[in-house]
Each structure stands twice: as C-alpha cells, then as structure tokens.
Design a protein around this ligand. Structure first.
Ligand code: MN
Length: 501
C-alpha cells in the first residue's frame, strides 16, 4: 500500500560563474555522479534526481518554485561544491516549502598529497563554500538537516535515508485524509486537540462520519467476499477450534470478516489513510472492530482508539517512514506496571487493537468477551510482540503547539506465559528506567496512547518533527530529569516567541 519509490529528492549543487565554463562542467559531472550513486543506494528509498548546477539567484528561485509545485519532490538536498555566494540563495530559500537537507561533503575523499595544487583547491572547496551557505540558512532561521561526511560513506547514506523517509511521511501527511467513526471518548482530554492546528502543521484533514455510515457499507458486504476472506484467515493464522467452519462460534469469525471488508471498502472509497473508532459509539455494529483494525494497520493504515485522531495520524506517518524496513509499527497503550527488584517494566497492550506487524510469532485468532462496550464478543489476534529496541511516540496538543515525545525502550520477553490475557502484548523497560522515564513522560504531558515502532529510531522522529515545525523531546539513557524539566520550560518560552503573533 505504501510505495516510497514514487517520491523524489532533488540533488542540487551550488556554484557561481566566477570559475568559468570548464570548471562548471566538471562540477556538474561530479554532481551527476553523486546523485546517481545516492539514487542507487539501498539506504535511500526515494529516487534521487540530479538538478543542474545553480549559479544565479534567478535559477535558484525557479528551482525552489518548481520543487514547491512538484507532487513527487519531497525535499531538496543541497551541496556547495565550490563557493556559492549565499545572497543568491535568499529568495529561493525564503519561498521553499519542502524539507531541506544540507549535505556537507566533498567529491574526493582524501587529499592527493603529492599532486594537490591551486586548481584542485579551487575546485574542491565545500569546506568553506558550505559554511557560507550554512550561514544564510541559519540567518533565515531555517529548520534543516545538516549531514557531514563523504558521500559514499554508509553513515551518510543512512542519514539521508532517514531524512528522506521522514520527508515522505510529511508529504504523505500533507495529502492524507483521516476518518473518525464516532467522536472522542467522552471526557478524555489528551486524545482531543485542535484539528485546524493539526492541518496547518501536518496537512492532514480530519473527517467525522457517523458510525451508521460505516454500518451501511459493512452490511453491503457479500457472502462471497466473506467466504474468501475467511479462507485467508484460515491460511494465515492459528484459529481457535471453536471458530473453525461448522463449529459453534464460526459466525463470529465471519462477522469479523464482514467488519474488516466494510471498513476496507469505506477507507478505499474515501481515499482515507487513517481512522479512529470508539467503543462508546458502535451503534449498528455487531462487534467492536478488533481483528479488522489489526489487519488494516498491518496494511499501512493509521489507527487510534477512542477517537484518538492524533495518534492515528502519527501511526500512519510512522508506517510511511518504515515502509520496507524490518520491524513494525503499531498503535499501543501503556497498560500495567511490573515493579520488581529485577527491573521495573511496562506491559503495553490495548483492548484489541495491536498491529500484527510487531508480532514475534504467528498470531492466534480467538473470540472472547470484552468487559466494556456492551457488544458481541469480538474476534482478535493474540500474540507476543517482538523483542529488542523500540520507540514509543506520543503527540500531544499543548494549546499553542504540538509536542512529540519519544521514549527509547527495550522490549523483553515476558517472564512467564500469560495464558489468560486475551490481547496482543509487549513488555518493555523504558530508558533510562521506569522511574525516571515515566516521570519525564508525565511532566511532558505524554499520552497513554502511543505509536510504537521496532523499525524506527529517534532520528526519524526528530527529523519529522523538525520538518513539521513542532516541538520534539526525547527520553532515553541520556536523560537528566532536572535538565529535562528545564528544557520543557525553555521550550514553552521558545515556541511562544518563535511563533510571533
Ligand atoms: Mn485506549
């Protein structure tokens, strides 16, 4: 469902006419070679497109206008091979509305000690050309990513790859439509927010539909479609015996399939990329959508429970960022604590809706009662999550801005089997430890709902937050809680001032 290969980042080299046509040809040759190399890099999922060497303010302004207008272009990678007087860049950079990366590199890796002369020095001068360019970016207060190193280095390719994935997520977000089936869960604060502010920052549009509109589509699903999807279930999962064809609860499995198909049709026909449900508003739906939500998330849809559209959009953005990577991303909730002398831990889960992309083993399908909601017993996928490093991310609306809070965590095996727990789950130790991480999270106003990812690191989310112009705070092993509390206060002041009116 998510294809990052359709997106482009434009590789733009700066210079000036001072050096004469021969040198400019040489610069273009080098630049073309670097762009082609990055285009073929396995670390970069987008196309990397060479653009002509920029030598005049008019060309730079036109290029930035073209980038703004291009559907495919998600960002610009800029590099000053030689000296490019930076006043030339002011008009273009002022109007550029796409993310900007500054690749501070050099064509040759090492100094040719025996042969270096002034011709060489005059051609390979990004060491000072990029500083001139960097000044004007700083003078314009531009949020951008500076990446330093030789262009063939793995680390440089990876950093560009991370940045390009974040840029794809922002491009996707700017065109996304999110549908809420029902409103926010009554009285819950953190899942609320200003949808106009969200659209200004991220671009996505949040629609509300009555659950009856969904029920109508669910009821139109044909028996043949249900038969086919049930076959997929039987082939894919470990199905509880009572749900098998001919057994006493098989109709529950078929009802789950009907709900999945109805939701899928609704999302496809409206071009929605993310959605929310709420167990308080299920009028006409037989079950709370469980397995349906889990499987739609696995296909790349964003999801937030209880009307949580901000988390739904964040799950979608993170699924765009991790397209094609190992791991997985899911909606998640901090559920229960394990305070133990062997190390405090968090058990994460939700009523039903954890994405199977983070499953360690083949999920089991079961139908079990739900203690809240007052509907028929819903079918759900049950599994233990993978183990290893992961991030938990929460997006909150502080009234004057959005804050993205990210906790680096280590997911570990459960100490014992959990035979009576009827939902998918993950057990983790938050960095630096639960005592400090939870305090920092709560001081920052982080929600109980998160988007939880094994494939992404903080670097992706920091790049994404900077591109969207929102606040980013991290909780990891480098946390100093007192400093963190001060950082929150400084940020209050910064965002108040930086916003202007
Ligand atoms: Mn919840």
């Amino acid at each position: 469902m998510i294809d990052l290969g359709k997106y482009e980042i434009w590789f733009v080299t700066g210079s000036q006419h001072l050096y004469g046509p021969q040198v400019l040809e040489e610069i273009a040759k080098h630049s073309r070679e670097i762009a082609a190399f990055l285009d073929s890099s396995k670390s970069i999922p987008t196309k990397v497109v060479f653009k002509p060497v920029m030598t005049t303010p008019e060309d730079i302004t036109r290029l930035c206008q073209e980038a703004n207008a291009s559907d495919a272009c998600v960002g610009l990678v800029t590099w000053m091979h030689t000296f490019s007087p930076a006043k030339m860049w002011i008009n273009g950079l002022k109007i550029l509305s796409k993310p900007l990366a500054h690749l501070h590199t050099q064509y040759y890796r090492e100094i040719p000690w025996a042969d270096i002369d002034m011709d060489y020095m005059n051609l390979h001068q990004s060491a000072h050309g990029d500083r001139e360019y960097g000044f004007i970016c700083t003078r314009l207060r531009l949020d951008r990513k500076v990446i330093v190193g030789h262009w063939q280095d793995d680390g440089v390719q990876k950093e560009l790859g991370i940045w390009s994935r974040a840029a794809c997520a922002l491009a996707d977000s700017q065109k996304s439509k999110l549908v809420r089936f029902g409103d926010n869960m009554r009285e819950v604060a953190v899942t609320e927010g200003n949808k106009v502010s969200a659209q200004i920052n991220f671009g996505y549009d949040v629609y509300g539909y009555g659950v009856g509109d969904l029920v109508k589509v669910v009821n139109e699903v044909s028996d043949k479609e249900i038969d086919d999807l049930v076959k997929v279930y039987l082939d894919t999962y470990d199905i509880a015996p009572n749900l098998l064809p001919g057994k006493e609860r098989h109709s529950s499995l078929r009802e789950g399939a009907r709900i999945e198909l109805g939701m899928r049709h609704f999302l496809q026909s409206g071009n929605f990329t993310a959605f929310t449900t709420t167990f308080e508003d299920l009028h006409g739906l037989v079950q709370l959508p469980g397995m349906a939500v889990q499987r739609l998330m696995a296909d790349g849809y964003g999801f937030g429970a209880e009307g949580d559209w901000k988390t739904s959009a964040l799950v979608r953005a993170m699924k765009v960022m991790n397209a094609g990577l190992k791991g997985g991303t899911s909606f998640m909730e901090d559920y229960t604590y394990h305070f133990s002398p062997k190390g405090d831990k968090i058990l994460g889960a939700h009523m039903l809706e954890i994405c199977e992309s983070i499953a360690a083993t083949k999920p089991k399908v079961e139908v079990l009662p739900l203690s809240i909601g007052g509907k028929a017993d819903p079918v759900r996928l049950i599994f233990d999550a993978n183990t290893g490093p992961a991030v938990a991310a929460s997006l909150v609306d502080l009234g004057d801005r959005f804050r993205l809070i990210v906790n680096q965590v280590d997911v570990v095996p459960t100490e014992h089997p959990l035979p009576k727990l009827p939902v998918a789950r993950a057990l983790w130790t938050p960095q630096p430890n639960l005592k400090q991480a939870a305090a920092a999270w709560i001081y920052a106003g982080g929600a109980h709902h998160t988007s939880f990812s094994f494939s992404l690191t903080q670097d992706y989310l920091r790049d994404f937050a900077e591109m969207a112009g929102i606040e980013y705070v991290a909780i990891d092993n480098s946390l100093d809680l007192n400093h963190f509390k001060q950082e929150l206060k400084w940020n209050d002041l910064y965002y108040h001032v930086a916003k202007g009116l």
